[in-house]
Design a protein around this ligand. Structure first.
Ligand code: AN7
Length: 401
């Protein structure tokens, strides 16, 4: 079947100005807003697509008709992650059905691998030999691994002393040239954006619209199992990229004619880093940055999410909801998933489940709902034995038990 590659372009999400797909830009030259990758997907045949996808192995590249790259992709077998039924978590959050989409099952242990597979492939198409990102740790781990696979040089900026051990280790092990900033993620990203304006080094943060093209495939995978959208998808929110990507995926399923409806999206932030949730609740379109974001969930310790406008549309268009949760509730959800379900996730990832419970407690979500919680990263990313009450005991106690 033909695909959408020939008519691909970049379009400003605000003023609609269009740019050729091979432009190396992240923001509209006119109004400064973000860009979307768009293609004429309406003319694809939904039945043919469905059969083709089902005939391929379960990685995100089974959806390649909707992933606009030209060359053979750089892949480490990303996507195709498990969707677990989680009954104890459903009882804990007080909803009828609950599933966990376990993105920790990706090659470097987070959902970022979906986006990096596409973005690194695009880097090669565009002839970029060096890539750069700012990161709270998962983006840098993923970029470092995919850059290694592609033979491209990786440069990383991370907040000093505030990146989880597993992530910093991965970033270094995969060979990224790593720099630290004294401030948080938001400053690191500003530094990347301004340094790249001078150097021309290709940015692989989620301002890069090709990242979104990979991450949207999570929606296709959930849809393949659960079908049309009579459910809620809960997503931890930091820089607002992933929830925007997942929404793009669900919308495209409708545009292609594969789905008749779409799920409602729920965006969850940590209480100490909740500029997006606060804006949605105020009902305006003015993101007020949080100067010193605080939360145990270091992955989403972000005060100035760049993709907020895309994410706002995801919540509004899907008739979704937002919620913010305490660190205590995040850790409780993490322990429940790990010791009740056998699903090990990092704290930021547990925010999606904690948010569902809190929405239920407040009566904002119905008990009859089917919910998919996106568990964005693996427990081993952020090991912290001090936070687990279950401590090892000396072996002589074994005889007395
Ligand atoms: C586990 O790695 O921003 O809302 O630099 O690692 O798309 O930012 C990580 C984000 C959720 C939030 N869960 O996603 C980074 C980074 C985990 C994450 C998010 C992140 P976005």
């Amino acid at each position: 079947m033909s695909d959408v590659r020939s008519e691909i372009l970049l379009r400003c999400i605000s003023c609609g100005r269009e740019f050729p797909a091979d432009s190396i830009i992240y923001f509209c030259g006119d109004c400064g807003n973000l860009l979307d990758v768009v293609g004429d997907i309406g003319r694809l045949n939904p039945i043919e697509l469905k059969n083709l996808w089902a005939s391929r192995k379960f990685t995100m590249w089974r959806y390649r008709e909707l992933i606009p790259v030209e060359r053979e992709p750089i892949t480490l077998h990303e996507g195709g992650t498990p969707l677990y039924r989680a009954e104890k978590a459903a009882r804990w959050a007080d909803v009828k059905n609950l599933y966990v989409k376990f993105e920790g099952g990706n090659p470097t242990g987070s959902f970022k691998d979906r986006g990096m597979s596409v973005a690194i492939t695009k880097s090669l198409e565009l002839g970029r030999e060096t890539v750069i990102c700012a990161s709270t740790g998962n983006t840098s781990s993923s970029m470092a691994a995919y850059a290694a696979a592609a033979g491209v040089k990786a440069i990383v900026l991370v907040p000093r002393g505030r990146v989880a051990a597993g992530k910093l280790f991965q970033t270094m092990l995969h060979g990224a040239e790593t720099y630290t900033v004294d401030e948080g993620f938001d400053t690191a990203l500003q530094t990347v954006l301004s340094s790249s304006r001078e150097s021309g080094i290709y940015i692989l943060n989620s301002v890069n619209p090709w990242r979104i093209e990979g991450q949207k495939t999570l929606a296709y995978e959930v849809w393949e199992v659960l079908g049309d959208g009579e459910y809620v998808v809960s997503v931890p929110v930091g820089n607002c990229g992933n929830i925007s990507a997942i929404w793009k995926g669900f919308k495209e399923l409708e545009m292609v004619g594969l789905a008749r409806t779409h799920p409602r999206l729920v965006g969850v932030q940590a209480e100490g880093a909740s500029p997006f949730v606060d804006m949605v609740r105020r009902g305006d379109e003015r993101l007020i940055p949080v100067e010193s974001p605080r939360t145990i969930a270091s992955a989403i310790r972000i005060g100035k999410p760049v993709n907020w406008l895309k994410a706002l549309r995801a919540i509004r268009e899907s008739e979704g909801l937002v919620e913010k949760v305490s660190d205590e509730m995040i850790l409780e959800a993490q322990r429940l998933l790990a010791s009740g379900e056998g699903i090990g996730v990092e704290p930021a990832s547990a925010a999606s489940l904690a948010g569902v419970k809190k929405l239920r407690e407040q009566g904002l979500l119905d008990r009859s709902e089917t919910v998919v919680c996106v568990a964005t990263g693996h427990a081993l990313k952020d090991p912290n034995p001090d936070l687990v009450p279950n401590k090892p005991r000396e072996s002589s106690y074994l005889a007395r038990r």
